[in-house]
Design a protein around this ligand. Sequence first.
Ligand code: HEC
Ligand code: HEC
Length: 291
Amino acid sequence: MREIKILAVVVFFTGLLYWGVEPFAHTKLHPHVPAPEYTFKDVDGLNGLTGDATKGAETVAANCTACHSITAVGFPAIMDDASNAAAYGVVPPDLSSAGKLYNADYLAAFIKDPAKASKTSHKYEDGHASHPMPAYNWMQPQEIADIVAYLQSIAPKEMTNKEVYSDACQRCHSIKYGDFYGGSMAAKTPDENIKSYMGVVPPDLSQMIRSRGEHYLHEFINDPQKHLAGTAMPRVGLTQESEEQVIGYLTEAGDSKKAEREALGGPFLGYLVIFAIFAWLWKIKIWREVH
Ligand code: HEC
Ligand code: HEC
């Protein structure tokens, strides 16, 4: 009977901590932010226009390939990564997969005004330099829709998690444990260039899945300003699918044993139950001899 009372006291205080104190502490450490929003309702996007990919091809060739390579259709980079990084502060991404990675309305809004769409305008106030990519707000909305249609038409239908990560994040971030000793997942932009562009070297993402967790990463990647108001990291405008692939890659790189670990949960609880039964029986035996 005494054991049952002790158990009841332990269960009561554990429950109090778990359902009373912990959720309260959590709301203080991680204030609630609105859930990720993948339609990018706030941007001035396509506004229902459908583009013509053939016309878009010409507009892209005339406007974008001076800075961006598009290897899928044979536009090489004009400069190597080091010169690009020195010129723009960051290596401009190859646009081969842009039509798949980014939400179409976001992409249109980004071309129109990169700083506004990526929520980094605050960096260019007070006469500071402007975003390294020019705003194409002088173009007709139809021309921008054509560019989006073209980028969608050349994008691959399927990409691996690693490819999505690389195209969306690797120009700024390293994953030093990405390919263990190969080091191919180092950031494309050298530290000193990205530091002068962003004001800080973007953190290595190898262990972010463990230190921040999936839930936080979804909110943060979808809109960094929600968690770090004023941060230099741009909103990248990924579709929900691409964002899941990015987090999939962060999990493969930083928490490769997750599935194995979680699969152990059931058997481990089973082991504890069986062990508890034996411990109980043993205790009865010992006390029977003592009395
Ligand atoms: C003067 C060079 C320059 C030109 C011209 C240029 N860009 Fe960019 N673009 C950049 C740079 C630099 C970045 C990376 C900015 C960053 O990461 O903060 C970028 C980023 C992008 C991105 C990534 C967006 C995201 O959410 O991460 C897309 C898409 C893009 N550009 C499309 C285009 C298209 C389409 C054109 C032509 C209409 C174009 N760019 C013209 C320099 C340029
Ligand atoms: C143009 C450069 C740039 C790109 C592209 C970029 N980031 Fe970042 N990121 C940064 C910078 C700069 C910081 C540091 C922000 C700060 O300290 O305010 C950062 C911070 C982070 C953090 C840390 C957040 C925290 O709570 O400390 C995570 C996680 C992250 N980025 C993930 C990503 C992922 C995933 C992608 C690709 C989808 C990405 N970033 C694309 C520049 C970038």
